[in-house]
Design a protein around this ligand. Structure first.
Ligand code: E4P
Length: 217
């Protein structure tokens, strides 16, 4: 499973990348706004740091404008993956940009039917939003499962990028179902290491070792 980080925070990306944990990055207009930086500048910096795909999202509504924005964003670096919304215009832009050889992430996916359309439009990635479905009392994980089944039935190569991850369990469940990629905020990825029995066990080993009076070096 590939790990993408869902942030435009350079320091946070760098910290996880130094551990070899980052296979790609996703951003969106809200995350760019939060960074307080210009999209071209921050995207270029992330692309220089990360070898894998870096999603940069278009904001236009009409296909031709999305295509123009996508081409512009793709000029920032070879590893820019153009992110388009799951609308008919977005899918039209997806088809054109994909045919030009660019990577495309189709975002804001909330149904298996939408995911099927994105695969037919040649998307590199489909981004089902788990957390936002959970927010309205639907099961985001059912969606991942449905998309996995459909894509496997027909051999679609579009990768399932489980997005809007809010908990460690979201990551584990998406991994069990077979999502190809998760994108999560750095804080959630860092929380994956936490287990009270690890902390308790380490404290016990430390106390016993001190009592033994031994040294390794
Ligand atoms: C994915 O590409 C999106 O940027 C992101 O996962 C959305 O997450 P949110 O629902 O927590 O905003």
């Amino acid at each position: 499973m590939k790990f993408f980080v869902d942030t435009a925070d350079i320091a946070a990306i760098k910290e996880l990348n130094d551990l070899g944990m980052v296979d790609g990055v996703t951003t969106n207009p809200s995350l760019i706004h939060k960074s307080g930086r210009a999209i071209a500048e921050v995207t270029a910096e992330i692309c220089a740091l990360i070898a894998g795909p870096v999603s940069a999202e278009v904001v236009a509504e009409k296909a031709e404008d999305m295509i123009a924005e996508g081409r512009h964003l793709a000029k920032i670096a070879d590893n820019v993956c153009v992110k388009v919304p799951l609308t008919w215009d977005g899918l039209k832009a997806c088809r054109v940009l994909t045919d030009e050889g660019r990577q495309v992430n189709v975002t804001l996916c909330f149904s298996a039917a939408q995911a099927l359309l994105a695969a037919k439009a040649g998307a590199t990635f489909i981004s089902p939003f788990i957390g936002r479905l959970d927010d309205i009392h639907l099961d985001g994980m059912d969606l991942i499962s449905d998309i996995r089944e459909i894509y496997d039935n027909y051999g679609f190569e579009t990768e399932i990028l489980a997005a809007s991850i809010r908990t460690v369990n979201h990551i584990v469940d998406a991994a069990r179902i077979g999502a190809d990629v998760i994108t999560a905020p750095p804080s959630i990825i860092k929380t994956m290491i936490t287990h009270p029995l690890t902390e308790k066990g380490l404290a016990q080993f430390d106390a016993d070792w001190k009592q033994s009076g031994q040294k390794i070096l």
